[in-house]
Write a protein that binds this ligand. Structure first.
Ligand SMILES: Nc1ncnc2c1ncn2[C@@H]1O[C@H](COP(=O)(O)OP(=O)(O)OP(=O)(O)O)[C@@H](O)[C@H]1O
Ligand SMILES: [Mg+2]
Length: 375
């Protein structure tokens, strides 16, 4: 088992096209510690550097700057074989001429494990991943979802100290995806290894992991638990990327003081949020003429409750989402989304009072997007 530490890790790809050299910064000054036995999700939009990060940890990519430590040792010059890190790729990378059984057992065979032992381990992982019925099939004839599970099995059978899973569920249909997700979690609980799981899907990241590292444009934005990302997002990007339904964001808003109380007010005063007194010191330490207000739909509802402040608007759209409803309320053309009970019913255009939690109002610096509450 092993802790993984990335210290100021940078990756620049240099490519030459028509005699012109271009450089792409794929990962920029990445500082991240993945604890021994932790399940960390790496979340971010396409091209933000997730796969590159995994490839550097496993040793398939040299790093341009910085250090990678596995189990306390700097591994920058170690080969992939020396690192005891396994990686399951989004594009399965299976040996197409071999059977599923042989694909799964290949690395154990290379390690000199006895045939009987290989058989036992292959059959055990196949059962966990529900691929027992295709063990004798050639991997070239399998569906995308089946290949993905074989690829996952091949990575996990080695009992590595670190497992890197690059979007291992992306080709599975919804129900198989959920099932395999649970199996991955079980395998983690059994192996107790360090897992890094790459995904685009925030719900998957939050459901599976102990902590989530959010990346954007080659940079780590924040690493934290579900509640860190929900309630204390480091910046506008994290606030917006994480959360379903998405956070309400009101750029170009202002901070106003009225009778000793502070308010955050949207540009044309459509919505006015009272702020908790603790924020005052943080605002006074700088001048904030312009902020982005963030308010999660979960912290606004249609019923009055103690400690909640009212906001006025008119009913615009209601979407039934099963357990809850997504209600859009409009004031002077500005929309705010809130969670409403599934049986909510009100005619479009009807005036409505919403109630929000003042302690949950987020403020972001207009210039750098950083969360003022966390500064
Ligand atoms: N071998 C390469 N040569 C040149 N540029 C590359 C190479 N591999 C990746 N890149 C670039 O580095 C950046 C990061 O790519 P990476 O594959 O790590 O992103 P990602 O977060 O895994 O994206 P996705 O979610 O689409 O898989 C992208 O701009 C990509 O185009
Ligand atoms: Mg990728």
């Amino acid at each position: 088992m092993a802790e993984v530490v990335l210290r100021n890790v940078k990756k620049i790809y240099s490519t030459k096209k028509k005699r012109k050299r271009t450089e792409v910064i794929a990962v920029k000054n990445l500082n991240l510690t993945i604890q021994d036995g932790e399940f960390l999700a790496l979340l971010g939009p396409s091209g933000c550097g997730k796969t590159t990060t995994l490839r550097m940890i496993v040793g398939l990519e040299t790093i341009t700057e910085g250090q990678i430590l596995i189990g306390g040792k700097v591994v920058n010059t170690w080969t992939p074989a020396q690192r005891n890190v396994a990686m399951a790729f989004e594009t399965y990378a299976l040996y197409s001429h071999l059977s599923v059984r042989d694909n799964l057992g290949l690395c154990l065979k290379a390690k000199g494990v006895a045939a009987e032992e290989i058989k036992g381990q292959v059959e055990q992982i196949a059962e966990v991943l529900r691929i027992t019925d295709i063990l004798e099939a050639r991997s070239s004839g399998l569906s995308g979802g089946q290949q993905q599970r074989v690829s996952l099995g091949r990575a996990l059978i080695r009992n590595p100290s670190v497992s890197l899973l690059d979007e291992p569920l992306s080709h599975l249909d919804a129900s198989l995806r959920l099932e395999t997700r649970i199996e991955i979690k079980r395998i983690h609980q059994r192996l107790k290894g360090t897992f890094v799981f790459v995904t685009h899907d925030q719900m998957e990241a939050l459901a599976l992991s102990d902590r989530v590292a959010v990346m954007n444009f080659a940079e780590l934005q924040q690493v934290g638990t579900r509640s860190d990302l929900y309630d204390r997002p480091a910046n506008v990007f994290v606030a917006d990327f994480v959360g379903e339904p998405p956070i309400n964001l009101f750029p170009d808003s202002a901070i106003q003081s009225h009778r000793g109380e502070l308010f955050a007010v949207t540009p044309r005063r459509e919505f006015k949020f009272a702020l908790p007194p603790e924020i005052k010191a943080k605002l006074e330490s700088k001048t904030k003429d312009s902020v982005t207000i963030g308010m999660r739909p979960q912290y606004i509802n249609v019923q009055a409750a103690e400690g909640r402040e009212p906001l006025a608007g008119n009913v615009s759209v209601f979407e039934f989402l099963g357990e809850t409803g997504n209600l859009t309320v409009t004031n002077e053309g500005l929309d705010i989304n809130v969670l409403a009970p599934p049986d909510f019913h009100a005619p479009v255009g009807e005036p409505i009072e919403l109630y929000y939690h003042p302690g949950k109002v987020l403020l972001f610096d207009a210039e750098n997007g950083k969360n003022i509450n966390c500064e």
